[in-house]
Design a protein around this ligand. Structure first.
Ligand SMILES: [Zn+2]
Length: 263
């Protein structure tokens, strides 16, 4: 047991703690960052699962996102297509926290960004797409549930704008859906493997803006710890991993992250 684990015992890091945590970041050679909805709220994208989340306040809204109802009910698909075009991600801009991770990459210490977000803001900020693992998929592409063919979301939204309420796969006529992971839908094996490799192969795991309640993302903290990595949590509210993390920072993410990773 490292003596640093005492950090986790305080509710949040003090100024002295933050200097020490920044030292860990500075000395780390392979940082894997796990990001959740909290990193994108400053960009105007609501947190669906948080205390004030869309799904927390209106559980019925979540029904639209179960794979079973999407496949079974054309009305659910029509509603989903209408809302996809209005998703805040289309007009959102990356914020200071996304940009801080671009700086971390430039410093040569970033192993990977494993994200639960589907908004594409890491790539838009300038993070290398090769280093971003989107375990919950992406809103920027569609996938056919029958033949698996993928294509750009924008082309599908143009078909919706032109009058198709539920555009079908142009290859096989199957049901098209955003290439995001719905409730009841299995995750992409390839992304999961990449996420586990990134967690097992880092010397510091930085969990940012994630409640760490949704698996397998939450389990990546255990994977990193078992591999001997330090774990630092930056989140506005408590997580089930606060007690085992080496440090917990409660400051606003848009301030905490730039302070931690920039020289
Ligand atoms: Zn198809």
């Amino acid at each position: 047991m490292r003596s640093d684990t005492v950090e986790a015992m305080s509710a949040s890091a003090s100024a002295t703690d933050r200097v020490r945590i920044k030292g860990w970041l500075d000395r780390a050679r392979a940082v894997t960052v796990l990001t959740g909805a909290g990193i994108s709220t400053d960009s105007g994208i609501p947190d669906f699962r948080g205390p004030n989340g869309v799904w927390t306040r209106d559980p019925n809204a979540a029904a639209m996102f179960t794979l079973q109802s999407y496949v079974a009910d054309p009305a659910v698909r029509r509603r989903a297509w209408r809302t996809r075009g209005e998703h805040p991600a289309w007009s959102a801009r990356p914020n200071a926290a996304h940009e801080a991770l671009v700086a971390l990459e430039r410093s040569g210490r970033l192993r990977a960004i494993v994200t639960q977000n589907i908004d594409g803001l890491h790539q838009r900020a300038g993070s290398s797409p090769d280093l971003v693992v989107e375990i919950h998929g992406t809103l920027s592409e569609v996938q056919c549930l029958d033949c698996g063919d993928r294509g750009p979301m924008r082309a599908a939204l143009e078909r919706v704008a032109a009058g198709e309420e539920d555009p079908a796969c142009l290859g096989c006529g199957g049901i098209l859906k955003s290439a995001t992971i719905s409730f009841g839908q299995a995750m992409e094996e390839r992304s999961l493997r990449a996420a586990y490799r990134a967690a097992a192969g880092c010397d510091l795991l930085l969990a940012v803006g994630t409640s760490l309640t949704v698996h397998p993302a939450a389990g990546l903290v255990d994977v990193a710890r078992n591999a001997g990595a330090r774990t630092v949590i930056v989140n506005g509210s408590p997580t089930p991993y606060d007690d085992v993390a080496d440090a917990v920072i409660r400051d606003p993410i848009g301030e905490a992250l730039p302070a931690l990773v920039t020289a």
